[in-house]
Design a protein around this ligand. Structure first.
Ligand SMILES: [Zn+2]
Length: 342
């Protein structure tokens, strides 16, 4: 596996640049490196926090990104984390968010890194899933590349899966002041990164062993909305065409402190209803019972709407794969046939 994570956190700017230096940016970047190195799904060899020399220029950042992108393979994840200043000049052709690098100067767009270049390198990576976590001002405008308000698949073909998770939902300003409600080193991070990092460090009470994009999004949102330390901006997940079920990080919460597994349906009718709501939830559990799987496929196939029939075909394809042993397949198929004959 050659999943790659690159963390970009330019914290220091020239005194006369007009851009504020923030210790919280450096702290956040350092902590992302630490947390990813300690996550069994990533590890120190698969993640890099760019050094002060690299984040000095756009060229330094892009060289490092390109190198990491080129190392990814089709089964991998390419994760880019940016913590810093964001800017948006609407008078530039094809206006787009610009990221600061340490040599950037206020109101000199050409000294900033255009998000277009970052997207371009991500798009070219072979990784099956590309994720950009952006903790900066104007990050809510990130999907607006070019004239289109939203450009689906901007990081690659739609079926590859792409996701942009941003610090701000609909306001220009992301806060750089640390959140006092966060413990230890996290209090010195920016609020969005501090809260997100705490979830990566401590895990969530969700039953799952790994955090999916969906679980992570919900956990960060929940934490920030109810934070006692400050009224935070609520982050948003934009441009999410990645499947919510893609596993991204290890859930570090001890298994005995997590919620028990969600209640699984019993009757075939209940299974059909549950799978229609969330087709990936519990399908593995259903497939442990060949007869019940047959009943559910029969129910769904006998309905007239497209969604039910589509789901039936999907489960049937999965069952054909799974029940390769002839008796197991017979148990499944008998139920399907019997129900369809009635
Ligand atoms: Zn907070």
């Amino acid at each position: 596996m050659a999943s790659r994570a690159v963390v970009i956190g330019p914290a220091a700017y020239a005194d006369d640049s007009g851009i504020q230096s923030h210790a919280s940016i450096a702290q956040s970047a350092r902590m992302y490196g630490e947390v990813l190195a300690g996550d069994a799904m990533w590890g120190a060899d698969n993640c890099r926090v760019l050094g002060a020399d690299e984040v000095q220029t756009a060229d330094g950042v892009m060289r490092a990104l390109k190198k990491a992108a080129d190392e990814t393979e089709p089964e991998d994840i390419f994760l880019v984390v940016y913590v810093g200043h964001g800017q948006y000049w609407s008078d530039l052709p094809g206006a787009q968010v610009h990221f600061s690098v340490s040599s950037s100067r206020e109101n000199n767009p050409w000294t900033w890194l255009s998000s277009w270049y970052v997207y371009r390198v991500m798009r070219q990576a072979r990784a099956k899933l590309k994720v950009l976590i952006a903790d900066c001002c104007y990050s809510n405008l990130l999907p607006q590349l070019g004239e289109e308000p939203v450009l689906p698949g901007v990081l690659g073909d739609l079926d590859e899966g792409t996701c942009v998770f941003t610090a701000v939902k609909n306001s220009a300003n992301a806060s750089a002041e640390g959140c006092s409600a966060l413990p230890g080193d996290l209090a010195g991070c920016t609020p969005f990164s501090g809260h997100l990092l705490r979830i990566l460090q401590e895990g969530t009470k969700d039953h799952e062993d790994q955090l999916t994009i969906g679980l992570l999004r919900e956990a960060v949102k929940r934490e920030m909305e109810s934070c006692a330390g400050a009224r935070h901006q609520v982050p948003r997940m934009s441009l999410n065409d990645a499947r919510d079920g893609t596993r991204l990080f290890t859930n570090q919460m001890a298994a005995n402190r997590r919620d028990s597994a969600p209640y699984l349906p019993v009757a075939p009718e209940d299974w059909a209803r549950t799978l229609m709501l969330d087709r990936d939830s519990g399908l593995d559990d259903l497939l442990k019972d060949e007869r019940k799987t047959g009943d559910v496929v029969a129910i769904l196939s006998s309905r007239t709407d497209d969604a039910s029939r589509h789901l039936a075909r999907r489960i049937d394809a999965e069952a054909n794969n799974r029940f390769s042993e002839p008796h197991a397949f017979a148990r499944y198929w008998n139920q399907v046939e019997k129900a369809l004959r009635v």
